[in-house]
Ligand binder design. Structure first.
Ligand code: SF4
Length: 57
């Protein structure tokens, strides 16, 4: 399961830009996980998040 920590997330949009199938910035400026099927490299996106807010279990 892909998760975004809503406390850590600052809504920078990096994850949404990299994989809009999975991440969407909501009205509160927090990234929401809208899908589980990442065809990109999720590890790259996890590493790219400047707040270290994305995890996968
Ligand atoms: S890259 Fe990280 S801080 Fe930026 S919107 Fe995504 S989860 Fe939030």
């Amino acid at each position: 399961m892909i998760k975004v920590d809503p406390i850590k997330c600052k809504g920078c949009g990096v994850c949404e830009a990299m994989c809009p199938e999975v991440f969407k910035i909501d009205a509160n400026g927090v990234s929401q996980v809208i899908g589980e099927t990442c065809v990109c490299n999720l590890e790259d996106i996890i590493a790219a998040c400047p707040e270290n807010a994305i995890s996968q279990e």
